[in-house]
Design a protein around this ligand. Structure first.
Ligand SMILES: [Zn+2]
Length: 357
């Protein structure tokens, strides 16, 4: 099998890199970089100094603490005021307030956030918001993209019942691993029933000797750890559903349960009811008008997507559909942060349509 998807993926990353480099040209951005819009909401996932030795399927989700520190420095040097994302709608609604803001958000509640990111935010006095998925905290839901990564990284081949039939996949070389990962990812993201797809992947993991919920347990914070981190006055917590589904693919009653149930859960873990929400996946195929209305009706003051873009005046009218800027493990350079804050890269097609978190 020719892993065409894998080649396409490489090509796209190089295209984005080229876009970032061109936006970062010294002539375009001076010592004090121009900031577009009203600033930016950054998206992070893992913050961990252990950089994968080679390309891994989810390595774009991981930035080093040093890069986080650079992103904070560039933001402060650019004159951005750091605030918590839940306070953003109020500030933007104040017509007398012309400041530009930066918000740092971290999705999924990974354990490394407390260990490696919190100390850096503390050093700079910068608030941060972690979006929590209750099913991860309760160890009742596996993180399918981690499960898939561990499967292709562990075995040399596997057989899986894809919708078009039982298929043997070889996973010896890096390209084969990437291709197999992409195939499993497509299986889950395109499934009508995401619960069933995740369960099928958990089953494949078991056959490969991997405990999918054990990965959740290792990588995400439990209720006790969240309670401890909540002692940090800079830490805020938002809701990120019960099971991390593509909300556009669930029925109305399930949508409401995912929203209010996760707010209830976060309130239990940290003692404060969350005012912010992050849509799982956050790309256009996972967030639509129905989901945005439901987040508002569930009482969230702010909700964030992963559509790429800066904070815009238009968000005053729709604080439940903020765009964000992903700090991506593949592009960990100070000059890329400057380029992203300028807003220029979002006019480039490769980045505007980039893979969301
Ligand atoms: Zn997420």
């Amino acid at each position: 099998m020719i892993p065409l998807q894998a080649f396409k993926r490489y090509a796209r990353y190089e295209l984005i890199r080229a876009g970032l480099e061109s936006a970062a040209l010294p002539g375009l951005i001076g010592a004090r970089p121009a900031v577009g819009g009203r600033g930016a909401i950054f998206t992070l996932h893992h913050v961990d100094p252990r950089v994968p030795a080679r390309w891994a399927p989810n390595s774009w989700l991981k930035v080093t603490p040093a890069f986080l520190e650079q992103a904070i420095q560039v933001s402060l040097d650019s004159g951005l005021t750091p605030i918590s994302v839940e306070d953003l709608p109020e500030r933007l609604a104040d017509r007398a307030d012309k400041r530009r803001y930066v918000c740092f958000t971290l999705d999924d509640g990974y354990r490394d956030n407390a260990r490696f990111a919190a100390p850096i935010f503390r050093r700079y006095g910068v608030p941060y918001t972690i979006f929590i998925t209750a099913g991860f905290v309760e160890r009742s839901r596996s993180i399918w993209w981690k499960t898939a990564e561990e499967i292709v990284g562990t075995v040399d081949r596997f057989s899986f019942d894809f919708p078009d039939g039982e298929t043997d996949m070889r996973t010896e070389t890096d390209l084969q691993k990437i291709a197999a990962f992409d195939r499993l990812a497509a299986f889950v993201t395109q499934a009508e029933d995401e619960d069933a797809a995740v369960a099928a992947l958990d089953g494949l993991a078991r056959e490969c000797g991997i405990d999918a919920l054990g990965i959740t347990e290792r990588q995400t914070m439990n209720a006790v750890e969240l309670g401890e981190l909540a002692q940090d006055p800079l830490a805020r917590f938002g809701a990120h559903t019960l099971t991390h589904p593509n909300l556009r693919r669930v029925a109305d009653d399930r949508l409401r349960r995912e929203l209010t149930g996760s707010a209830d859960a976060v309130a239990r873990y940290v003692g404060v009811r969350p005012r912010a929400f992050a849509y799982p996946y956050g790309y256009a195929a996972a967030v639509g008008p129905r989901e945005i209305a439901a987040a508002r009706d569930a009482g969230f003051a702010t909700a964030v997507t992963n559509l790429p873009g800066l904070i815009d005046e238009r968000h005053v009218a729709s604080p439940n559909a903020f765009r964000r800027v992903s700090l991506n493990g593949f592009y960990q350079k100070r000059r890329y942060v400057r380029a992203l804050l300028s807003g220029l890269p979002f006019r480039l097609r490769a980045i505007a349509g980039a893979e969301p978190s």
